[in-house]
Structures are given as C-alpha cells and as structure tokens.
Design a protein around this ligand. Structure first.
Ligand SMILES: Nc1ncnc2c1ncn2[C@@H]1O[C@H](COP(=O)(O)OP(=O)(O)OP(=O)(O)O)[C@@H](O)[C@H]1O
Length: 260
C-alpha cells in the first residue's frame, strides 16, 4: 500500500513498492512510505512482522545478509540508494544506524567518535577532530559525563552511556537520517528515558526512524507511526491518530494488546 499522511514536511526518504525476500521467504510485501525530515517515525508491530528488515533496507544493511534480496525503489533526496553507482559506505554515513545492543568499538571514547570522521576525511587537523568529537558527544548528551576521560575505553561505560556513545558515533559523520533498531531494549528505565530525551533533542536536525516494541515509547517519541503486520504496512499516520483513532481493525487490535 502507499501511505503518505497529508503533510507539509519534505520527504527525506521515499520507499515505493519495497519487497524483501530471505531466500524464498517474503519478509516485506509491497511497502511504500515516506520518511520525513524533522520528524520521528516509529515502526511498530508484532514480533517477526518485518520492522527491522524494512528499517535495514533504508541504508542497505540487508546487503550484509547473503540470502536477502530487495526489490522496489528507495530514494534519499531523490537519489536511488540501490543504484549500482551508489557508494554504500557513503550511504551508511548519510543514513546512520544505532542497534539494539550498544556496540562501541573496543577503543577509547574519543576514538569511537573520531573513527568515522577520519575515514570520511571530515577533519583536517587534530583541533578540527577535537571539535567534531566534542560536538558529537554534546549532541548525544554524553559530553559532560565523559569529557574528563576521553581516553578510557568505550566499552567501560554503562549500557546507557554506551548507547549514547553509539549515537555520537553516528552523528559524527554528519548524517541526514538516523535509523534506530530498538535502541532501548537493553537499557534500564533511567537510561531509556535519557535516550528518549535525546531523540526529542535530535529531532529538528535529522530524520529519525525507530523500531520499538514499546508502544508507550512510540507514543512518547514519534510524530508518525507505521504499523507493520506479516510483512505489510497496515497503517501509517500521525502517531496521535494511530493510537487514539486507528483506521484499521488490525492496528486497533495491536494497540489494545489483543495480539502481539
Ligand atoms: N537473516 C535472516 N535470514 C532469514 N530470515 C530472516 C532473517 N532476518 C529476519 N528474517 C525473517 O524475516 C521476518 C521478519 O523479521 P524481522 O526481524 O524483520 O521482524 P521484526 O518485526 O523486526 O521482529 P522483532 O520485533 O522480533 O525483532 C521473520 O520471519 C524473520 O524470521
């Protein structure tokens, strides 16, 4: 189905008629959606409905799965991200990703953030790099907690701090879109609240898509919600409408906890 709520926002990414197969098994069935600038879209739906698979099509992370095959059309600012000429390393800098389990490199806090800008040539000098690291950690809400121990290992931080470090790492290469795949599922409620505050703070600067199992979280952090079921996009619209007045019976059943 095609789903694009009436909105003045500019689509940053446009997916049309996207299908994903793992071998013979179809995981995503004809999904079309716009990901808008300055907004957070939450992908919700029961386990196995294809949320992560669809999220991963948006920066070609499915390329890393040998059996995965993607068809359809996905554009970033009008540019076909599956075109043969697309530089996938560049794409993944423009469309960054934060995973379920925080995965800092086994390197210093500073190096975790500096690594991407260095390989993308985004800092010309040590002082440039220092500025990028400070700005990224500040935007990720972590600077004050780590500024006096930048040479400590990233893996020595708490889980919530590690996840904010991973967000700083994504931010450091100046992305346009940030994809988050259940970023709080390994975190306690306090660390989760910090990530949710951070998502609010980042909203004006990036287009953000978040997969979450937690419907309260979807309601708190997103302005748009996409409900997936059995690989299809059942309903997409304003978060307040999806949660208070869904059009589809299947959406209503899911948000009222009838299944999932
Ligand atoms: N690497 C893979 N190889 C084969 N099948 C896969 C692979 N990854 C996912 N699938 C299948 O694709 C379907 C969608 O999975 P996906 O992980 O995208 O769903 P999800 O909605 O994110 O689930 P969850 O909420 O449990 O994380 C499932 O049937 C799953 O078993």
């Amino acid at each position: 189905m095609t789903a694009s709520p009436k909105t003045a926002a500019r689509p940053k990414m446009a997916a049309r008629n996207v299908n994903v197969f793992y071998g013979d098994k179809q995981a995503i069935d004809d999904v079309s959606i716009d990901i808008e600038m300055d907004r957070v879209v939450a992908f919700i739906g029961p386990s196995g409905c294809g949320k992560s698979t669809f999220l991963r099509t948006l920066n070609r992370m499915n390329d890393t799965v040998a059996s995965a095959r993607v068809s359809g059309d996905i554009r970033l600012d009008g540019e076909d991200i599956y075109a043969p000429a697309m530089d996938v390393v560049q794409l993944r800098a423009r469309v960054g990703m934060v995973f379920q389990k925080p995965n800092p490199f086994p390197k210093s806090i500073y190096e975790n953030v500096a690594y991407g800008p260095r390989i993308h040539g985004l800092a010309r000098s040590r002082s440039d790099m220092d500025a990028v690291v400070e700005q990224s950690l500040t935007r990720a809400g972590l600077w004050n907690e780590v500024k006096d121990r930048l040479s400590d290992s990233g893996t020595a931080l708490s889980g919530g701090q590690q996840q904010r470090l991973c967000i700083a790492r994504a931010i450091a290469v100046d992305p346009e879109v940030i994809l988050m795949d259940e970023p709080c599922s390994a975190l306690d409620p306090i660390a989760t609240a910090k990530i949710e505050e951070l998502i609010h703070a980042l909203r004006g600067r990036y287009a953000i898509a978040i997969v979450t199992h937690n419907m309260q979280q979807a309601a708190r952090v997103s302005q748009r919600t996409a409900f997936f079921h059995l690989g299809t996009l059942v309903e997409y619209g304003k978060t307040s409408d999806i949660f208070t007045n869904p059009r589809e019976e299947r959406t209503k059943d899911y948000i009222t906890g009838r299944y999932g």
